[in-house]
Write a new protein. Structure first.
Length: 132
């Protein structure tokens, strides 16, 4: 293991337990990620991010108490260097544009997981891409 290959620390937020488990399971299987926290709503995503200071927040768009979009705006203000990806069941260029305007670094449709997720992660963390 070279020193360059530090795992990407991730907080994952999704109000669906099934989706949360499958995303975490996939990331762990990939081997380049360390799940440091999980959350079931946007408020919890922010708390987890403040507590664990991850490299990446992966959040569902529609969640109770606070949406992934609102959490993204909040996190972007506090942690400009944090990478944020929003994933969602919905799709469309307008939605994608809104996510990016809110400060997200990328947008992944759940129907295109996990391939699209890995492409986005590779783009955001080029040092980690293609290793393993």
């Amino acid at each position: 293991m070279g020193p360059s290959k530090r795992k990407i620390r991730v907080v994952v937020g999704d109000d669906s337990r099934t989706a949360l488990l499958s995303v975490c399971g996939y990331l762990e299987f990939e081997g380049q990620f360390e799940i440091v926290g999980t959350a079931s709503d946007g408020l919890h995503v922010i708390q987890q991010a403040e507590r664990f200071r991850p490299d990446l927040v992966l959040t569902d768009l529609s969640m109770p108490r606070m949406t992934g979009l609102e959490a993204t705006k909040e996190l972007r203000r506090s942690y400009p260097e944090l990478r944020i990806l929003i994933f969602t069941e919905m799709n469309g260029p307008c939605l994608q544009a809104e996510c990016l305007r809110s400060g997200a670094d990328g947008f992944v449709e759940k129907s295109r997981m996990p391939e699209r997720l890995m492409e986005e992660v590779g783009r955001l963390f080029p040092k980690n891409a293609g290793q393993g």
